[in-house]
Design a protein around this ligand. Structure first.
Ligand code: NDP
Length: 246
């Protein structure tokens, strides 16, 4: 996808942080955007901003943990713009906690959003992309998808899973349908991501790490770079972190 002009890109988790910045970045290069998240008013605001700036965006309130809603999101993209060129599976949660805190509900939520959400996204766009014999799926993993630290066991498990799923997708689809699959693995980025952490014992360590956090526009540019490479080039994975982060 050498030029993003008129390319149709679905972005999940577009209501804040990396997703929102990615929408602005891709729109500045002419992409047509389909914004998804649960907070509709935020999506409406972003859509208005993009459209007022001369870009093209639509949105659909979507919970990525619902298989049906993800199917409807893909249908919405095709109804509005006629095709889907790329999907950025960006929605994610990071309520870090020590296992002995037994925050089972938080484990379930992370598994639902970070793993099921990504799979439902792939499922929703794959038939369309296979039919067109083109498409690009970008999944957000993390530095925590490479290393585990106390408190990240479940979050890291979900992000290791995202890498496994993306690589499997790439190997299955690259030869048969030219579909590209890319993993983006950020380090600490300044967004709302840490706001769901309820384990008080981890807060100060996380705050220390996030003191060095980089801005989400760095990740947005990285995603744009992966998308803009020519169709015969697949960027398998990019790890982007603050220079100071080990
Ligand atoms: P934010 O918290 O700012 O954004 C998360 C987004 O996910 C929001 O737009 C939120 O929207 C959406 N989301 C959460 N749950 C759901 C759901 N059930 N259905 C639909 N959308 C949902 O964090 P980031 O921008 O930082 O996170 C983006 C991705 O980057 C995540 O996958 C995260 O794991 C990954 N990442 C982030 C890092 C960081 O340091 N910030 C580091 C490494 C990876 P809404 O609430 O409106 O539904």
């Amino acid at each position: 996808m050498p030029s993003l002009q008129d390319k149709v890109v679905i972005i999940t988790g577009a209501s804040s942080g990396i997703g929102e910045e990615t929408a602005k970045e891709l729109s500045s290069k002419g992409a047509k955007l389909v914004l998804a998240a649960r907070r509709e008013e935020r999506l409406q605001e972003l859509k208005d901003k993009i459209n007022q700036g001369g870009g093209e965006a639509t949105y659909k309130a979507t919970d990525v943990t619902s298989h049906e809603e993800m199917e409807k999101l893909a249908e919405h993209a095709i109804d509005e713009f006629g095709q889907i060129d790329a999907l950025v599976n960006n929605a994610g949660l990071m309520p870090l906690s020590l296992l002995n805190k037994q925050k089972v509900d938080e484990w379930d939520k992370m598994i639902d959003v970070n793993i099921r959400g990504v799979l439902y996204g792939i499922n929703a766009v794959l038939p369309h992309m296979r039919e067109r014999k083109q498409g690009h799926i970008i999944n957000l993993s993390s530095v925590a998808g490479h290393v585990v630290f106390p408190g990240s066991a479940v979050y890291s498990a979900t992000k290791f899973a995202v890498r496994a799923i993306t690589d499997g997708l790439r190997m299955e689809e690259s030869k048969n349908s030219n579909i590209r699959a890319t993993i983006i693995s950020p380090g600490a980025v300044s967004t709302e991501l840490t706001s769901t952490i309820t384990d008080e014992d981890l807060k100060s360590g996380v705050d220390d790490l996030y003191d060095m956090a980089i801005q989400p526009d760095s990740i947005a540019r990285t995603i744009r770079f992966a998308l803009e490479e020519p169709a015969e080039v697949t960027i398998n994975e990019i790890v982007v972190r603050p220079t100071e982060q080990e």
